[in-house]
Design a protein around this ligand. Structure first.
Ligand code: PRX
Length: 711
C-alpha cells in the first residue's frame, strides 16, 4: 500500500495575498453521478488505495491554497496581471496594478483568446540577458550531460548570451526574419536549446520536430508549416547508437512538396559542437548540397557574439509544436510569446518551488512540450540551472539518472512514469548506491502514475523526504494545469490532485455537457476560462482548433481526458476519450498509425487500439485486413507493416502486435467497434458487453482466437 502523506517542504513562493472567501466547493458531496465514459479504465486500483484527506486536519497552507485558488479564478485578469509584472521583464507593459482592463480579451466562443496584447517583450531576453544584467553572468545556466556518463559541458548565463547570439546572427545571415518558421530537427546537444532561444531572440517561430520522427513525419511537418529553414545535425547519438539525422532531413525534403519549400538547411556537426578539438567531418560523407546546406560550425565563428533581441508583441507566435489528434493529420499547435512564457515561469515556480540556486533536471526530450517548457523556457526564465540530458535512463545501466543526480547535485528531478517503471525492475539497490540527498522534489508527467511506481519513486528515490508532484497537462496547455504543490496541497498517490492557480477546472457530463458539481463523480475534464498558456490555434486550421477543443462542449476548453473527482475533490485522470494513445508518455493518434498501415497495397482496412502495458502504460495493437488480391505470406506482411509504421511515423510508434484478420468488428452502419477490439486486445473478451449491433457477430470469435495465438 502507498503511504498517505510525505512531509511537505514549505513553498517559499509568494502567491497573491488577499483576504477572500474560502472555497467549500471542493468538499461538497453529492450522490454519485452515473455519467459513464467510454474511456479505457486503466487505473481503477488507484482510486481504491487513495488515502482519504480530511479537510479539518489540513494545514493552513492547504486552506490558503483553496482561498488563493478561488481568488485567482474569480479575478482571472487581476491575478495574471500581478504574475506578469512580477515574473517577466517587459519592454512595454500597458496595464497597471490598478487597471487590468484588456489583460485578457476574446474567449472560447471564437477561440480568439489574447493575453497582454499590446505589451512588448522578448522571451530570450527574459531567459538570458536579464539574468546576466542582474548579477548572474557567471551562474551556470545549463549543464549538458552527453550520451556517455561524465561527458559534461556547463554554460553560464553569459556563455548562453554569446552562444545564442552567434546562432541568432547566423540564422539572420541565412535570411531568417521575424515571423519565419524554422524547423529544428536535432538531438539533445546544447545547440538545440540554444537554437530554440536564438529563434525567440530574432522573432522567428520555431517548430521543433522530435528527432525520433521519421523522414515522412518530418516532411509532413515542414510542408504543413511552409518552413523554408531547417536546422539539424549530421548525427545524433543516444544510448550508444548513432542516428543519421542529416540523411533523414535529406529524405524528408525529397518528399511531399518540401523540395520547393526548403531553401536552406543549417547543419551542426555534433562532434565539433560538443568538443573544441573535434576534427571537421568530410562534407562528402554528409551528402552536401552546396546551394542548400550550410555548415553551422563554420558559420558561427564569423558571427558577432551579441545580437539585439527583437521586440515582440505578447501575442506574436513563439513556436509551433505538432501533436497527435484523433485524425491522421498531426496538429500544429501555436503558442504565443507573452502568455506561454509567463505560464512556463509561473508553473515551474509554483509546482517545483523553483529557487535560483536549484539544479533542475527535466529529462524529457526538447522535441516534446515537456522539453520546451521545462528543459528550456521555464528554468531559464526563472534564472536557475537546467540540465540537458542526451541519453536514456538505461544507458549504460539503470543507475544513470541517480549517478547524474549525485554528480550534478540535482535538487528537482522530473521524469515520466514509464521511465520509473522501467527502473523499478532493476530493484532498490541501484538508487541506494548513489548520494541522492540533494533531491528536494520529484516530478511525474505524461500519464497517470501507478501505485507501485509512485511508491518506489517516493520511498526509494525520494527517501520519503521529497515531495512527489504528479503534474497533469498537455501540449495545448503550455504548462501544468493540475498538480499538487509542495508544502501547500497534499499528495494523493495516483491523483494529480487539484487545479493550479488560475485554472477553473470542471468535470462535464459527457452526454449533456453540463458541469457536474460535487464529489465522487466521473466525467470529462474541461476548463471554464482561458489561462495565459493555452495554445491559440492550430496552424493554418483554426476550424480544427475550434472543433477539437472548444466546440465539443460550448463554453469550455475540452481536454480530451476522462476524469474521476473523488470524495475529497481530488482529480484522477482515467484515460483519453478520443482515439489518442499514450505510449511511454508519447501521444500517438490511432488514426496516424492506421493511415500508415493502409498505405500498404495489401491492406484493405486497419484499426488500432491501445491495451494496458506494464512499462509503457499502453501498447499499440494493430488489426489489418488484407485486400482480396493479397498473396503475401502473413509473416512477411506483418514485417512490412511494422517497417511502414516506422518509416511513416517513427520507431516509437511501431505496434507491439499486428494481427492480420479476415475482417473487423463493424456496426451495420460501417463503423469499427473499437470498444470490442480494446476488450479483445486486453484479453477481456468475457466483458465485451452488447455486441448485437455488429454486422457479423462471428468476427468476435475469430479475433479472440487470433489474439490468443499472439499471446
Ligand atoms: O492524457 C493526458 C496525459 O497526456 C496527455 C497530454 O499529452 P501531451 O500533449 O503529449 O503532453 C504530455 C506532457 C504534458 C493528457 O491529455 N497526461 C499528461 N500528464 C498526465 C497525464 N495523464 C495523467 N496524469 C498526468 N500527470
Amino acid at each position: 500500500r502507498v503511504s498517505a502523506f510525505a512531509p511537505n517542504p514549505p513553498n517559499r513562493n509568494v502567491q497573491v495575498k488577499s483576504k477572500h472567501v474560502l472555497s467549500t466547493r471542493l468538499f461538497a458531496t453529492v450522490e454519485k453521478d452515473e455519467a459513464a465514459v467510454d474511456a479505457p479504465d486503466h487505473m481503477p486500483e488507484l482510486r481504491d488505495i487513495a488515502p482519504t484527506i480530511d479537510p479539518k486536519s489540513s494545514n493552513t497552507a492547504f486552506l490558503r491554497y483553496m482561498s488563493d485558488h478561488a481568488f485567482s479564478v474569480a479575478n482571472n485578469a487581476k491575478y495574471w496581471n500581478e504574475r506578469a509584472q512580477s515574473l517577466l521583464s517587459w519592454e512595454h507593459y500597458p496595464f497597471t496594478s490598478e487597471n487590468c482592463e484588456g489583460v485578457v480579451t476574446g474567449g472560447f466562443e471564437y477561440g480568439d483568446v489574447a493575453w497582454f496584447s499590446g505589451a512588448k517583450l522578448n522571451v530570450c531576453y527574459n531567459a538570458i540577458d536579464r539574468h546576466v544584467q542582474n548579477g548572474k553572468a557567471d551562474q551556470v545556466a545549463m549543464i549538458w550531460e552527453g550520451d556517455e556518463p561524465g561527458q559534461v559541458l556547463k554554460f553560464t548565463y553569459s556563455d548562453m548570451l554569446r552562444r545564442v547570439s552567434e546562432i541568432a546572427n547566423a540564422l539572420k545571415s541565412q535570411g531568417v526574419k521575424k515571423g519565419d518558421v524554422v524547423t529544428i530537427y536535432m538531438p539533445m546537444i546544447p545547440q538545440l536549446p540554444m537554437t530554440i532561444l536564438a529563434c525567440a531572440r530574432i522573432g522567428a517561430v520555431h517548430s521543433v520536430v522530435f528527432a525520433g520522427f521519421s523522414s515522412e513525419a518530418l516532411s509532413a511537418r515542414i510542408s504543413a508549416s511552409k518552413s523554408k529553414f531547417v536546422v539539424t545535425t549530421d548525427n545524433g547519438v543516444r544510448g550508444g547508437k548513432t542516428i543519421p539525422l542529416k540523411k533523414i532531413v535529406d529524405d524528408a525534403i525529397e518528399r511531399n512538396d518540401c523540395k520547393d519549400i526548403v531553401k536552406n538547411v543549417m547543419v551542426f556537426e555534433r562532434e565539433r559542437s560538443i568538443a573544441s578539438d573535434a576534427v571537421t567531418a568530410d562534407p562528402s560523407a554528409m551528402n552536401w548540397i552546396s546551394d542548400r546546406d550550410v555548415n553551422m560550425n563554420d558559420l558561427l565563428p564569423k558571427q558577432r557574439p551579441y545580437c539585439t533581441p527583437e521586440t515582440m508583441d505578447a501575442e506574436d507566435e513563439l513556436f509551433i509544436l505538432y501533436t497527435s489528434g484523433s485524425t491522421g493529420q498531426p496538429k500544429g499547435l501555436v503558442h504565443t510569446t507573452g502568455g506561454y512564457s509567463l505560464y512556463a515561469a509561473h508553473t515551474i515556480q509554483t509546482t517545483f518551488d523553483l529557487q535560483p540556486n536549484d539544479v533542475f533536471a527535466c529529462v524529457a526530450d526538447c522535441g516534446w512540450i515537456t522539453g520546451h517548457t521545462y528543459v528550456v523556457y521555464a528554468p531559464l526564465l526563472s534564472g536557475s540551472t537546467t540540465v540537458l540530458f542526451e541519453s536514456t535512463p538505461l544507458y549504460p545501466d539503470a543507475g544513470r539518472y541517480w549517478d547524474m543526480v549525485e554528480r550534478h547535485k540535482i535538487s528537482l528531478f522530473y521524469t515520466a512514469p514509464t521511465a520509473i517503471r522501467s527502473l523499478v525492475r532493476f530493484g532498490d539497490d541501484i538508487p541506494k548506491k548513489y548520494d541522492l540527498s540533494s533531491l528536494r522534489i520529484l516530478g511525474s508527467v505524461g500519464e497517470p502514475i501507478n501505485p507501485a511506481a509512485w511508491q518506489w519513486y517516493y520511498e526509494t528515490v525520494g527517501q520519503e523526504r521529497c515531495t512527489v508532484v504528479d503534474t497533469y497537462w498537455q501540449t495545448e496547455t503550455g504548462g501544468h494545469i493540475v498538480t499538487n504543490i509542495p508544502g501547500v496541497t497534499p499528495m494523493k498517490p495516483g491523483s494529480c490532485t487539484l487545479p493550479l492557480y488560475g485554472i477553473d477546472l470542471v468535470v462535464l457530463d459527457p452526454m449533456t455537457g453540463e458541469a457536474i458539481e460535487g464529489n465522487d463523480v466521473e466525467g470529462v475534464l474541461a476548463i471554464r476560462s482561458p489561462w495565459p498558456g493555452i495554445a491559440r490555434t492550430c496552424l493554418g486550421d483554426h476550424a480544427r482548433y475550434l472543433s477539437t477543443y472548444l466546440r465539443p462542449y460550448p463554453g469550455y476548453y475540452f481536454t480530451g481526458d476522462a476524469v474521476y473527482r473523488d470524495k475529497d475533490g481530488f482529480y484522477f485522470i482515467t484515460g483519453r476519450v478520443d482515439d489518442v494513445l499514450n505510449v511511454s508518455g508519447h501521444r500517438i493518434g490511432t488514426a496516424e498509425v492506421e493511415s500508415a498501415l493502409v498505405k500498404h497495397p495489401s491492406v484493405a482496412q486497419a484499426a488500432v487500439v491501445g491495451r494496458p502495458h506494464p512499462i509503457k502504460g499502453e501498447a499499440i495493437i494493430a488489426y489489418a485486413t488484407p485486400t482480396e488480391s493479397n498473396t503475401e505470406d502473413e509473416e512477411e506482411l506483418v514485417k512490412e507493416l511494422r517497417l511502414l509504421v516506422r518509416s511513416e511515423i517513427g520507431p516509437f510508434a511501431s505496434p507491439d502486435v499486428i494481427c492480420v484478420t479476415p475482417s473487423l468488428p463493424m456496426t451495420r452502419s460501417g463503423k469499427i467497434m473499437r470498444r470490442v477490439l480494446r476488450k479483445i486486445s486486453a484479453g477481456e473478451a468475457d466483458q465485451l458487453g452488447d455486441v448485437s449491433t455488429l454486422a457479423d457477430p462471428g468476427v468476435v470469435d475469430v479475433l479472440i482466437e487470433l489474439m490468443e495465438k499472439q499471446a
